[in-house]
Design a protein around this ligand. Sequence first.
Ligand code: SF4
Ligand code: SF4
Length: 120
Amino acid sequence: MAFFEMVKTALKTVVKRPVTILYPAQAAKKTPISRGHVVFDGNKCISCSICQRKCPSQAIVLNKEAKSWQINRFRCVVCNSCVDICPSKCLFMDTQYTAPAMAKGVDTFTITYVKPAKPE
Ligand code: SF4
Ligand code: SF4
């Protein structure tokens, strides 16, 4: 019985088109809620380090002294926790996938946020 099921499935695949695509040569199917990769805006980051503490895979490293924010693309599991928790909305999830990561997969960004002066 299992043999006939297998033959039926095999014959069906002969006439069907493949369900997979030749990514990245062919664009991946995206929706508005697709999770591609985390994007960082250094102009808004207030160096609170909440994203680093909440990241379940320790993919984020914040260095307040050096004013740098790093993400390890190989560690990131694209869970969206950092995007949800960031109080200054400087993180967002792009629906595009990244280009293949090279070397250690670490992207480093500079924090350029300047605290606004208190009104006198
Ligand atoms: S998406 Fe998740 S795993 Fe990736 S950096 Fe943000 S919190 Fe960490
Ligand atoms: S990215 Fe957002 S959560 Fe992370 S340190 Fe900057 S302001 Fe805080």
